[in-house]
Ligand binder design. Structure first.
Ligand SMILES: CC(C)(COP(=O)(O)OP(=O)(O)OC[C@H]1O[C@@H](n2cnc3c(N)ncnc32)[C@H](O)[C@@H]1OP(=O)(O)O)[C@@H](O)C(=O)NCCC(=O)NCCSC(=O)C[C@@H](O)CCCCCCCCCCCCC(=O)O
Length: 719
């Protein structure tokens, strides 16, 4: 797990060998300890280089070991031994040096990085802090403000930035190991007194208290309830105010609290879930590893509204040739300008050239005749989409994949409009499409495994986290959103306010509560869908039947707001009031509160006191219950798929691990009991009726979330 060789006569080369990322597992740590001992005791070795095999230095501690009984030599003394060595040790950093990997490099006396390498103390993203001396060495090396920035965000820095910050001593475009060996030869025999970072004083601004107070305030605001960033600040504060050994003690103390926390479990679950969703499977048995994607060189986007523009930019940024089609003159001219602007701003941020020449624009759909894949992004209207798919089926060359960016409509029905339904899949992007990381790839019963594999691969190329899901109304994300939104409206009817409901959800960790989010997306979007579903009845009718539609409880509150022209931010009024149309800061709206009171009086509802716990239980458990139904129906292959969709697409707080993980943390029996309670209280709300799968999981002893897939398979086979 760590190979020792002698190179250039006097350099001991230690190569970490733990594929795929050279994580510091117990065996790897033992390997390093043994190799270092060997290097230090070999009189022919005058200096040492540590590198990783296969072009990656080290991905840090082995996350799979967390939560198990950790054996093997601990990291901290191992790194101390390297730092204390009287022979110079040089880290040769290629690929990545993350977490414990960078901490290992900081224990070395010198660091040489390849120009393409990335470095970072990423522990905070896993609910931890850099506990192998990272919080104590980095501020001593680069100063408190820069270290705080890196440690509290887990941000990756390029080799160039690392050089500028002083994290590395040299950056090379050549082979980093060869360069590190040359470097090691040049420093052999030199004094190491000034190279042991733990002995450095911590460079600190004069008013430490004010600095940390300010940083803590900022971190608390952006952490949305996550505890690790706060512990990171506390640990760096120890570096700034205590001698190194006491700082190390504080680092360990803080790590001990984080290490066993539910948040760390949730964040580490998300890390693995994000990778697991790439290993997709379909109920037909088709899988990621047996389905070969086709290469896409040229793609088209049909419809250059908000979504189409974002998709065109995202495609062009991957280097594909893109044909962007918009048939309406006014929209066409506006879209061309907007798309160029979006690409220019993106390029400026990344310091690259905008890929303007990658896109050709046309007002004629015939322009897509020779593309390999089309993404239709016209208005969300089935009749219009049907027409587009019929046209595409005749215009496009043989074998072109036809994708729809619908957010809820029936992908299989669209496939039925074409000659080759096996080439049709949904690619559901989230707005803004060139920014949001999530992509739902929706397969219908006739979609071929190759079409799914191609869409998944294209998503990956676009930098998206792609999740393959089955075809149903709203797919996974929007289907689960419906009961969540519905509960929020029922709570308003019963006595809550938008401020109370949003406050509870934001305290839980959502970036925006449900009403602020609705104002942002536009209330008219859902209104149009409800009209299409025959749910909207104009006017403020009274009597018990006014709040029943299609045999179930219905709240017309959203419809009533839309009738008043209150569409949210864009009209300056929605669930909140805004200073002017397009403003983003929601303000308390006395009109809305009187309107709610009037509404309750009209319907004979006596407002009652609703607390935050009821808000969370009703909104979140209704959403989770639908998640179980989705698993039961086979629309999502496993809980990880749902959780990743919610974390990346719906701002579910990552430190809570996604809705299904959260349910497992709360306890399935508790979720079931609360759903039963609310269903009894509201028998006319079918979403509150506990799903069979949830009942059966509870009956089978509430297996942990990573065993649900297996349990569901078993339950299915028993039917
Ligand atoms: C490295 C990457 C950038 C590579 O990306 P790439 O896209 O190439 O590949 P993948 O991401 O797909 O990964 C491939 C494969 O490898 C798995 N993997 C990746 N990293 C790790 C890892 N660190 N450990 C294990 N496995 C890993 C990944 O899951 C994939 O496999 P899969 O089967 O899932 O497909 C990228 O992978 C990446 O970013 N990795 C994570 C980097 C990272 O964040 N590292 C930090 C790790 S945490 C750490 O280092 C902590 C340190 O500070 C050490 C602290 C010492 C702690 C000691 C314990 C103290 C206990 C104290 C408490 C005591 C309590 C008490 O008192 O009782």
């Amino acid at each position: 797990m760590a190979q020792f060789t002698r190179v250039s006569r006097s350099v001991g080369l230690i190569t970490l060998q733990n594929p795929p990322v050279n994580a510091l597992s117990a065996v790897a740590r033992q390997g390093i300890v043994d190799a270092v001992k060997r290097a230090l005791s070999d009189p022919k070795v005058k200096s040492v280089v540590i590198c990783g095999q296969n072009g990656i230095f080290c991905g840090g501690a082995d996350i799979k070991e967390f939560g198990t009984n950790i054996t093997g030599p601990p990291l901290v003394p191992m790194i101390h031994a390297i730092e204390a060595s009287n022979k110079p040790v040089v880290a040769a950093i290629e690929g990545s040096a993350f977490g414990g990997g960078l901490e290992l490099a900081l224990g070395c006396h010198y660091r040489v990085a390849h120009s393409k390498a990335k470095l970072g103390l990423t522990e905070v993203t896993l609910g931890l802090l850099p506990a192998a001396g990272g919080t104590q060495r980095l501020p001593r090396l680069i100063g408190v403000p820069a270290a705080l920035n890196l440690i509290t965000t887990g941000r990756h820095v390029t080799a160039a930035e690392a050089l500028q910050l002083g994290i590395v001593d040299q950056v090379t475009d050549h082979n980093a190991v060869d360069e590190a060996v040359k470097f090691a030869l040049s420093v052999a025999g030199k004094s190491l007194d000034a190279r042991r970072i733990s002995t450095y004083p911590c460079p600190c601004p004069s008013d430490v208290d004010a600095l940390f107070e300010e940083v803590m305030q900022k971190v608390r605001q952006s952490a949305r309830g996550a505890i690790a960033p706060i512990a990171c600040v506390q640990a760096v504060r120890a570096a700034a105010t205590l001698p190194y050994s006491q700082g190390m003690e504080r680092e360990q103390e803080l790590m001990a609290t984080l290490f066993t926390s539910g948040q760390a479990r949730a964040l580490q679950y998300c890390f693995f879930a994000q990778r697991a969703v790439g290993r997709w499977s379909m109920p037909s048995g088709a899988r990621w590893d047996t389905s070969k994607p086709r290469s896409i060189h040229k793609a088209a986007v049909i419809g250059l509204g908000t979504m189409g523009r974002g998709i065109a930019v995202a495609l062009a940024q991957t280097g594909l040739s893109v044909v962007a089609v918009e048939t309406q003159e006014k929209q066409f001219m506006e879209a061309k300008k907007m798309v160029s602007g979006m690409m220019e701003r993106g390029a400026k941020r990344h310091g690259t050239a905008p890929p303007l020449d990658k896109i050709t624009y046309s007002q004629n759909i015939q322009a897509v005749a020779d593309v390999d894949l089309v993404i239709e992004a016209v208005f969300e209207d089935m009749a219009l989409k049907e027409k587009v798919f019929q046209q595409l089926s005749t215009i496009c060359k043989q074998g072109t994949f036809l994708c729809t960016n619908t957010s809820a409509l029936d992908v299989d029905h669209l496939a039925s409009q074409t000659r080759n339904p096996e080439l049709v899949v949904g690619m559901h992007f989230f707005a803004p499409a060139h920014v949001m990381k999530l992509l739902e790839v929706v397969y219908g019963p006739r979609s071929s495994p190759q079409a799914v594999a191609t869409a998944m691969q294209l998503g990956k190329k676009m930098g998206k986290v792609s999740v393959a899901v089955g075809n149903c109304r709203g797919f996974v994300g929007n289907r689960m959103l419906k009961p969540y939104l519905e509960q929020a409206l029922f709570l308003l009817e019963e006595g809550a306010t938008p401020e109370l409901v949003d406050g509870a959800l934001e305290e839980f960790g959502f970036a925006l509560g449900v009403f602020k989010m609705s104002d942002l997306s536009g209330l008219d979007v859902g209104w149009k869908v409800r009209k299409g579903d025959g749910l909207v009845e104009p006017g403020l009718a009274s009597g018990p039947s006014a709040r029943i539609r299609q045999g179930r409880r219905y709240s017309p509150l959203g419809d009533l707001l839309c009738e008043q022209g209150r569409f949210g931010q864009k009209t300056g009024q929605g669930w909140y009031r805004y200073d002017k149309p397009g403003s983003r800061v929601p303000r308390y709206d006395p009109w809305l509160h009187s309107f709610l009171e009037e509404y309750r009086t009209q319907h004979g509802i006596v407002a009652r006191r609703i607390d935050q716990q009821e808000v969370l239980e009703r909104c979140l458990y209704a959403l989770i219950n639908e998640g179980f139904r989705i698993l039961e129906d086979g629309i999502a292959a496993g809980p990880e798929d749902i959780d990743i969709i919610y974390v990346f697409g719906y701002s579910w707080p990552r430190h809570r691990g996604g809705p299904m993980f959260y349910a497992s943390m709360v306890g399935l029996a508790k979720v079931l009991e609360r759903l039963e309670h609310y269903h009894q209280a509201h028998p006319d709300v079918p979403y509150m009726q506990p799903c069979n799968l949830l009942r059966r999981l509870v009956a089978s002893g509430s297996p942990p979330v990573h065993k649900w897939k297996e349990a569901i398979k078993k339950l299915r086979s028993q039917l």
